[in-house]
Design a protein around this ligand. Structure first.
Ligand code: ARG
Length: 460
């Protein structure tokens, strides 16, 4: 179609090497949507007649049906989705079909198609993020007063509310959703009307096309419009961040499902067996989500490398921009869906959690704070408590299991009320500083999260 100036046909190997149909036929629908908007604009601006515009729009409608029915005659010798559709349009309409490409280039065309496609997929990610956040919030709501060890350095540190722990992930997902919403503002900008790179002599109306395809704005600079791909980079960064968060949560699930912790039982439908060891119940799904996260980092890296050396404006390298996005898309949507289903069925084990809380001297800070309340300076209180912990440890007992007289050996200021201070449940309940793990603070947080989920389900 494009070889007017050439006297030789394309070499077979060149044709195979440059063919992008397998990668761009995915957004045939977006190509048709963009072309219909372009045709209508051409008609309205008097660049073609209204009647020609209508013919183009209905010819494209027929192609849409052919593609949906699977009867569209795809031809890999026609390089890409754009030339396939345009060629078919001319087959159906005759020379009117050849008018579609007036004032347009494949450079602005492919950029619009990909923006439409990316925007739609990102909308799906936003919805899936909310579903996962909802599943975690539902679990949090049931476990406000379930307590477990909180860790630093993966060493038992202080008891926390399970709801607080789960809501920490909801906060990450909430930021992820916000990042995607902000990215959408930049994705949803129409590049059509930039033509090959320099704009066009026809009186095109890019704003009208933007409105027609449901985008907020059109481009400001035609050279930027055809060559910019940060509208792919940004969602890929978001994808890498989302899967990083999911991977951390999965790591947590893997640890908690380990029998030595035993904080949760994996639902049978989400666990796998071993081919040789009959007792095994493996967290393969969580491991795979953790593993697949690597693929989104790869996709981001590929995209950064693809763009970094490109002078303005369009370069054919950009044809390689689709695969990284698809790769990340499959991982993000698959991981979010699966994790949502798994979290919803997760059975936590509050008894095991409490046992772990009671066995790791997690109430040592409480004893130190108790001594401070008896007017002992904090550093001294810390020292005294350390000695009491070492003693309890040597006895194989918890601080709360020592007798009052034993505790008084370390500090005569200790009184009967120390046992209330050492109760881990009370230790959690007391931490009501804003955003803390106290039951009151966590139920405030829960209410704020639920209000966000409520309002976000409207606009994604
Ligand atoms: N298949 C091409 C791509 O995906 C379409 C744009 C081709 N433009 C060009 N000047 N060769 O980037």
């Amino acid at each position: 179609m494009l070889r007017g100036r050439f006297s030789q046909d394309t070499h077979q190997l060149v044709q195979e090497f440059t063919d992008s149909l397998d990668n761009d036929r995915v957004f045939a629908e977006q190509d048709i949507q963009g072309s219909q908007a372009h045709a209508r604009m051409l008609g309205r601006q008097g660049i073609i007649t209204q009647q020609e515009a209508e013919q183009l729009v209905s010819g494209l409608e027929r192609i849409r049906e052919e593609i949906q029915k699977g009867s569209f005659p795809w031809r890999s010798d026609l390089e890409d989705v754009h030339l396939n559709i345009e060629h078919r349009l001319t087959e159906l309409l005759g020379s009117v079909g050849e008018k579609l490409h007036t004032g347009r280039s494949r450079n602005d065309q492919v950029a619009l198609d990909l923006r439409l496609y990316v925007s739609q997929r990102v909308e799906e990610w936003q919805a899936l993020l909310l579903q996962l956040a909802r599943a975690l919030t539902d679990q949090a709501e049931q476990h406000l007063e379930t307590i477990l060890p909180g860790y630093t350095h993966l060493q038992p540190a202080q008891p926390v509310s399970l709801a607080h722990h789960l809501l920490a992930y909801v906060q990450m997902l909430r930021r992820d959703a916000e990042r995607l919403r902000q990215a959408q503002e930049r994705i949803r900008v129409s590049p059509l009307g930039a033509a090959a790179l320099a704009g066009t002599t026809y009186p095109v109306d890019p704003e009208e096309i933007a409105r027609e395809v449901g985008f907020g704005n059109s481009f400001a600079n035609s050279m930027d419009a055809v060559s910019d791909r940060d509208f792919v980079l940004e969602p890929l960064f978001c994808a890498a961040t989302i899967t990083t968060h999911l991977s951390r949560l999965c790591e947590e699930i893997i640890l908690w499902a380990n029998p030595s912790m035993g904080f949760l039982g994996l639902p049978d439908a989400f666990a796998t067996g071993s081919s040789i060891m009959p007792q095994k119940k493996n967290p393969d799904i969580a491991e795979l989500i953790r593993g697949k996260a690597a693929g989104t980092f790869g996709a981001l890296q590929t995209m950064l490398s693809l763009i970094k050396g490109l002078p303005l404006a369009y370069n054919r390298d950009l044809q390689e921009d689709k695969k990284p996005f698809y790769q990340a898309d499959v991982i993000v949507s698959g991981s979010l869906s699966l994790l949502t289903a798994m979290i919803a069925e997760m059975e936590f084990n509050p008894e095991k959690m409490l046992r772990a809380v009671n066995s790791g001297h997690l109430n040592a800070t409480e004893l130190a704070d108790y001594l401070v309340s008896k007017d002992i300076p904090f550093r001294t209180a810390h020292q005294v408590t350390g000695k009491a912990v070492a003693y309890a440890e040597s006895q194989g007992r918890g601080l709360q299991e020592l007798k009052l007289s034993e505790l008084q050996e370390f500090s005569p200021q200790v009184e009967e009320d120390v046992f209330r201070a050492l109760d881990p449940y009370q230790a959690v309940a007391r931490r009501n500083s804003p955003g803390g793990t106290g039951f009151k603070a966590v139920s405030d947080q829960l209410a704020a999260v639920k209000a966000w989920l409520e309002s976000a389900s409207g606009d994604g």
